[in-house]
Design a protein around this ligand. Structure first.
Ligand code: ZN
Length: 444
């Protein structure tokens, strides 16, 4: 059974106006700083640098001591390497401090107030970040509802597999960590009786239950944070719904997206070049890239400017009819030009499966056999755009103004647009659906 996905095509301006979450490093840094300051404050409050009084060694070891010590160690540990968890640090910080606050409250001689204050600060920071996320999820949902084009789309097999794998991996982590945590606490409980009731003088140093308790507490914190992440992702995806977004590749909340069309302009498929004895493209390519060895099949190699078959002179010697009937050949076009297979609107957009805000940024995909299928080579580079960095100044490269040979209307070949041929370069495709094309001088 496969879920039904709806195609949504948001307006570029509304897509670009989606709210972004605050920068990850800022969220993470503040969360780590709260834990660090709380830990340092409690250290100062306890005057932990002073020599322990003699009566300390007569104190008998209790469960509360194990909790107190493990809580302190977990807090120190997180203060030092919390940054490693990125955005998850925001959820981890209040859990770490809450554990310490509860542990210190168990022992009436200890001062738990500092830990409670830290917990409150970390929880407040978590709430503020959650508010940003919620605001974003609602905005994404509203836009999805508004831009629904009333079309369902199936996901390709690889896309379905990838989504399921992501979901499975995330819950596997959560259940795996939980299982380890439970095991750790059981081991701690088993080790405790050997230490409880004995004085510190007898014990001399840290006991096994301290180590086990610290490990169990660390893993428990991570398990809770992972469950928090799973739950949050589940809520976001449920709220937004099953959508395949057809979005502009630049100027939106996601950076690192690529055109869903292949970027083969100016190339010749390797097999094709190899089958033509007079073609010099492979030789030229090898001369320019001597380290390139694994050339095969459909892989495009750059068409050589002076190839007797694919050179610039050959492009310009074609009659308009010949050009038109060959217009889908990639070698005719400048490497920065669009290919005439599709419209501008499609070339500058790509598919994003399941986007639900920063919580789940989705999988980049392209239309393949009527389905949305993921691109195996892309998708791990995408991330939420940085606030205040305006990427929308990026524009598709424009064709040169000088050196034009002629313009060929490709409409008779069923392609919406013109080919502009150049004296010293490959042709450029100009779509008739692109509204913002600059005026071009007529052919001489
Ligand atoms: Zn060639």
């Amino acid at each position: 059974m496969s879920k039904t996905y709806f195609l949504v095509r948001p307006d570029s301006q509304e897509w670009a106006a989606l709210p972004l979450c605050p920068r990850t490093w800022r969220q993470m840094l503040a969360a780590c700083a709260i834990v660090l300051m709380t830990t340092v404050a409690s250290f100062i409050d306890a005057r932990a640098w002073e020599d322990l009084p003699p009566e300390y060694w007569q104190h008998t070891y209790q469960i509360a001591d194990m909790f107190g010590l493990s809580a302190t160690l977990v807090a120190i540990f997180f203060s030092l390497i919390g940054w490693f968890f990125g955005r998850m640090a925001v959820a981890i910080a209040p859990i770490v401090l809450l554990y310490a606050a509860v542990a210190y409250s168990l022992d009436p001689t200890d001062n738990a107030a500092i830990w409670w204050a830290g917990t409150m600060a970390a929880a407040l920071w978590w709430l503020i970040q959650t508010k940003f996320s919620l605001r974003q999820i609602h905005a994404v949902r509203d836009l999805a509802t508004k831009s629904n084009v009333d079309m369902t789309i199936e996901l390709g097999p690889a896309a379905r597999k990838s989504l399921n794998r992501m979901k499975r991996r995330s819950t596997h982590w959560a259940t795996g960590l939980s299982a380890i945590a439970i095991f750790g606490w059981l081991a701690t409980a088993m080790a405790l009786p050997t230490a409880i009731g004995r004085t510190y003088q007898e014990l001399e140093d840290l006991v096994l239950s301290d180590y086990l308790g610290t490990a169990a507490a660390t893993v428990s914190v991570l398990a809770l944070a992972q469950w928090h992440r799973c739950g949050w992702r589940f809520l976001a995806r449920r709220r937004v719904g099953n959508m395949v977004w057809h979005v502009p590749i630049v100027g939106g909340p996601i950076q690192g997206l690529w055109s869903s069309l292949s970027e083969d302009a100016g190339t010749v498929p390797f097999d094709h070049a190899q089958s033509l004895p007079s073609c010099t493209c492979i030789d030229e390519f090898m001369r320019a890239n001597p380290d390139e060895r694994d050339l095969y099949g459909d892989m495009g190699i750059t068409a050589a400017a002076y190839c007797p078959v694919h050179g610039i002179e050959q492009i310009n010697s074609l009659t308009s009819e010949q050009f038109r009937s060959n217009a889908t050949g990639t070698w005719l076009w400048d490497e920065d030009s669009l290919l005439p297979m599709s419209m501008q609107a499609e070339a500058d957009r790509t598919l994003l499966i399941g986007y639900a805000g920063k919580t789940f940024i989705g999988l980049p995909a392209r239309f393949t056999n009527g389905t949305a299928e993921i691109q195996p080579d892309a998708g791990f580079m995408i991330d939420e755009s940085h606030p205040h960095v305006n990427e929308s100044q990026w524009d598709r490269p424009q064709p040169p103004i000088g050196g034009i040979v002629d313009r060929i209307d490709l409409t008779p070949a069923g392609l919406k647009g013109f080919a502009i041929r150049y004296r010293h370069g490959r042709a450029w495709f100009e779509t008739t659906d692109g509204a913002s094309m600059p005026p071009l001088p007529d052919a001489e």
